[in-house]
Design a protein around this ligand. Sequence first.
Ligand SMILES: [Zn+2]
Ligand SMILES: [Zn+2]
Length: 263
Amino acid sequence: MLDYHIHSNFSFDSKAQPREICKAALSLGIEEIGITDHFSFAPYSPNYRYFDPDVYFRVWTKLQEEFAPNLTIRIGIELDEFANFPMESNELVRNYPWDLVIGSTHDLEGGTLRTYLRKYQNQEQTIRAYYKALTSAIEVGAFDVLAHFDLIKRYITDEGEPLMKMNPFDSQIDSLFCLLIEKEIALEVNTSGLQQACRSPFPSYALLERFYSLGGKLITIGSDAHKPADLSREFDLVLPRLQAIGFPGLVRFHQRKKRIQTW
Ligand SMILES: [Zn+2]
Ligand SMILES: [Zn+2]
């Protein structure tokens, strides 16, 4: 088993000690973890230059040695705002020996998705703007995995609206999937959504089926754990569903080179 979306105390929103994460992974029977702490070049973001990549690599490289061969640790990053800071972001990607780079979108117009939704009071506009931001990120970003694809549903559901509201956006979603496939960017299956009000992974199973039917084969799985106890949470539930859809396996990364590990 592997878990490719994990936060430690190198992220502003986690207190998890790096060694505790490794110990938890071992006790849960996870063979490989991808550490993906938040980073952003947007000054308004809480992730703004939050950690020193030199220190990050020093700490995680030491743990790689300490926990080998029982646990493989891949050193990654969850990088925000590729579209607005493409030069800085792509330079950071080039300058360090990342195993995997996750591209994510948490903000619109310099505020959170929730703030945007509250400001405009328009769900359709918010959903469209969110997917437009994803498209811009994919067009310019040198990343390997796209994080929590339909994260926006978390806020739409919070507002008490049914998920079916997502359906009118099918053509925009199809274009996004085609772009991912063309650029060979893996689609992340983020299980943290199952703990949210939307009770569904990001992306939903329906969207994963659509991605597969369009020719998408590259997927990763991540718990988005911010606490050691949340590693690989809900994987038992989600992995069989991914297999049933037809995906050949999960993508593994080493120094940004990918290979599919079959089931
Ligand atoms: Zn995220
Ligand atoms: Zn995350």
